[in-house]
Design a protein around this ligand. Sequence first.
Ligand code: ATP
Length: 299
Amino acid sequence: MLKVEHVTKYYGDFRAVNDISFEIKEGEIFGLLGVNGAGKTTTFRMIMGLLDKNGGKITLDGKEIDYSQTDKIGFLTEERSLLLTKTVLEQAIYYGVLKGLTREEVETRLDEYLKEFNIEEYKDKKIKELSKGNQQKIQFILALLHKPKLLILDEPFSGLDPINVEMFKKVILRLKSENTIIIFSSHMMEHIEYFCDSLVILVNGSAVLEGKLSKIKKDYRKKNIKVIGDIDVDTISKIKGVVSVDKKREEYTIKIEDESVTKNVFKALSKCDNITKFVVEEPTLNEIFIDKVGESYEK
Ligand code: ATP
């Protein structure tokens, strides 16, 4: 298990991370979210033992993470850290040997992953000859070569086409099923919703929302009513507790303050003709994120 307990980080007088805590079990995918500058990279770097903290504790299986334990961690970042003039194999040997593997182990594992990612023909090609998406695949493979116990994925789908996104998703789910602890960071909320069991949202280094995604959604007061039919937008908009009424193609989304507003909307709609759909839905993570981050900025 990865445990982050009351961790704080200052750069000079500036507090970049403020007393954050969370834990992630084996086989769980945890979302670390925040706007630009919220403190995500700082948190990753502290977890990897690359940056000292000013307070708190980070442990992997009960042991404080320091440089000696970083062999258990794999990291895929948005920035490319590949050596462009090296071949894929040379690069893999360089990274793999650093992580304590033999050349033979590296080559065997590299072959398996190149096959899984469908790029076997690039083994002896120089990195600079590869497309951006294929370079991203190589970065991902390098993060996995030493079979890390903890895998940190920072915007892993950046630059990938939809087919390759699906391929990455499949591999990530396989790693989850093999009990890898995974931290996933992305600005694409649909990816977080797809993968993450739990999450934290950081604003200015502090956690403004933390917990299980299903509970966060359930507990969130605001809901959306999806309606198809000829509705009187003006009347619905004036109901107390209705935040907005929007239409996308033939479907209306009526945002409400909380579930208690549903009955008044339902009553008003019962006077309308041709209602073929009336469903109360939980808000999307995107809505919750925008709401929570906005609220915190206003404070
Ligand atoms: P992004 O999504 O843009 O990558 P982030 O959430 O990863 O952002 P961090 O890179 O952790 O954010 O930065 C958090 C804050 O700390 C920012 O205000 C940033 O300017 C500041 N910061 C980061 N590194 C340093 C540093 N070496 N010295 C001083 N301030 C820093």
